[in-house]
Design a protein around this ligand. Structure first.
Ligand code: ZN
Ligand code: ZN
Length: 557
């Protein structure tokens, strides 16, 4: 069991205790335990008892609970309270904007026990009669329920990537003479998806009997499709083909419906092509990578042989946007730097949180100065690798930055992001973001919408206007690579490129483990047609330093 899973158990226990109105001192301590466990640099499952009980904030009772979880996979205190709670109440915890206290009122005072009832009650304007539920709260609960319902059954690409590949390998090993390929949303690297599509020429009976051996798998049959639900995985859809028509089917099942329709209208899809490459070359088209088979217009680019050479994971030369123990990260700057060196990277940008982010131990100016001393010493020690001094500076409510210019000018570059008061009208959000973009100290606009895929829509911005302004003020736009963010959305990359805006695939790493997220950023960026040249984190150290020179001129230094 991972630390995240252990933390989830404690966090749920704490929330359910609050809903039931149990001892608030205890529930608070469980929530703090969850918070601390999530931040541990080492897996608890690898610790012995002495190490476990010596950890800060882990008392005897909590330590025993962790041991119980690791030994049995269950927490009896949690099981007990779950059994005493209607499932619909637990589901409400997934709705943004209602915490345990509000849920307690909804359940105990309004007598509502399911999301459907709650939605109905919002529509009937019933919530406003209760303390703490104004019209605004009611409206936002309603929107959150709709958002939740729309996204149910969906998964992050980054969450199922490992599982999907393991499954494919397992199948190829079991049927070495047969053909298997991913298709659909997964193959097109869609950031969220409902199922994994696999095309194969294994026949129905053989595949069915093989899949039945997997414990807990449910198989449903549709004409030429097997739907398989396995424990803790999204639905897997096997499309049954024969060897002759395999690539014809693969092609049709990979592209978006818009893409496939446009192709079949203009070009010829052979009945039994030898390969996918063949389908394109037979029509005089350059090969369109699966990730780009979204819009009809990409076909024109392929006809004109003007497809971009897509960025690859190996093109990344740097970690831009990372957090250390100075704010809310889990590793020291030295550990982060050494891990980057091991990955063959040339430089990194350390960008801890700014002072307003008190919840993340954001840096006051005196701590920035102290951090710079540490960075200077490390730069001496780790040459030719270089650490650049930055801060992820909060964009305040009025769009101003979280430090005076005197502090900002001590930084090599500045990433500006919105972290607080995310509930804004588009007018407010735009004023906030555009003011920050116009600030001469802004180098990179961090996660431009603040969205969290499948859980939060982000504040509303007019993407075109933000991109235009970044073009006018030479501001780089981040492609935050965390699989739950992937923000800016890849659908806006093409427009940004058109306007000459640089993008930057940044992991926003809060630990060394976070470096891997760069890969998800690259996957999303490929969908937008990004090349290595248009990505700041692909710049070599020399190119990056030259880029910073231009930036210093901009801010008048
Ligand atoms: Zn951030
Ligand atoms: Zn960050």
């Amino acid at each position: 069991m991972t630390n995240y899973e252990i933390a989830d158990h404690f966090s749920l226990l704490s929330k359910l205790m609050d809903i039931h109105g149990e001892n608030s001192f205890k529930s608070k301590s469980y929530s703090i335990t969850a918070f601390n466990i999530e931040k541990l640099p080492k897996e608890i499952s690898e610790m012995d008892d002495a190490e476990l009980f010596s950890m800060k904030g882990i008392g005897e009772a909590t330590g025993q609970k962790i041991k119980e979880l690791l030994a049995t996979g269950k927490l009896s205190a949690l099981e007990k309270i779950i059994a005493a709670t209607p499932p619909g109440i637990i589901e409400m915890l997934g709705i943004k904007g209602i915490g345990p206290k509000k849920i307690a009122v909804i359940w105990k005072e309004m007598g509502i026990e399911s999301l459907g009832e709650l939605e109905y009650a919002c529509n009937e304007n019933r919530l406003v009669a209760y303390k703490g539920f104004g019209e605004k709260t009611q409206e936002s609960i309603l929107q959150s329920i709709r958002y939740y319902k729309q996204n149910q059954g969906f998964h992050l690409w980054g969450e199922i990537d490992v599982l999907a590949n393991a499954l494919l390998q397992q199948l190829q090993k079991a049927f070495p003479k047969n053909l298997f390929s991913f298709a659909g949303d997964y193959r097109r690297q869609m950031e969220v998806l409902a199922c994994i599509d696999i095309v194969t020429d294994v026949d129905n009976n053989t595949l069915t009997s093989y899949l039945q051996k997997t414990e807990g798998s449910e198989i449903m049959e549709e004409p030429s499709v097997l739907l398989v639900k396995m424990p803790s995985s999204p639905i897997i859809r096997f499309h049954l083909s024969d060897s002759t028509h395999f690539y014809n089917h693969l092609f049709k099942l990979t592209g978006s419906s818009e893409f496939v329709a446009a192709f079949t209208e203009k070009y010829t899809l052979a009945d039994s092509p030898e390969s996918e490459e063949n389908i394109f070359s037979a029509n005089g088209l350059a090969f369109i990578p699966p990730s780009m088979r979204e819009s009809a217009s990409v076909l024109d680019k392929a006809a004109a042989k003007q497809l971009p050479v897509l960025i690859q994971a190996k093109d990344i030369k740097a970690i831009i946007h990372s957090h250390s123990v100075w704010s809310d990260g889990s590793n020291s700057i030295e550990q982060m730097a050494k891990a980057a060196i091991e990955k063959g990277l040339e430089y990194m940008v350390i960008s801890d949180h700014s002072q307003s982010a008190f919840y993340a131990n954001g840096l006051k100016p005196d701590r920035i100065a102290a951090q710079h001393q540490e960075v200077d010493a490390l730069n001496e020690k780790l040459k030719p690798f270089k650490i650049f001094k930055s801060i992820e500076v909060d964009i305040l409510n009025d769009g101003s930055l979280d430090y005076s210019n005197d502090v900002l000018k001590t930084l090599d570059l500045v990433i500006t992001s919105v972290h607080s008061n995310l509930k804004m009208t588009e007018e407010k959000a735009m004023n906030r973001v555009l003011t920050a973009v116009r600030n001469p100290y802004t180098t990179i606009l961090g996660h431009p919408t603040g969205r969290l895929l499948l859980s939060r829509a982000g504040y509303p911005i007019d993407h075109k206007k933000v991109i235009d302004e970044c073009a006018a003020y030479n501001v780089v736009i981040e492609i935050n690579a965390h699989p739950r963010r992937l923000d800016i959305d890849w659908r806006w990359i093409e427009y940004a490129i058109e306007k000459g805006v640089l993008l930057s695939i940044d992991p926003d790493a809060h630990a060394i483990d976070g470096y891997h997220d760069v890969y998800y950023g690259v996957m999303a960026a490929q969908k937008g047609g990004l090349t290595a040249k248009q990505n700041l984190s692909s710049f070599t150290l020399a190119e990056f330093e030259k880029f910073l020179e231009g930036y210093r001129k901009k801010r008048g230094a």
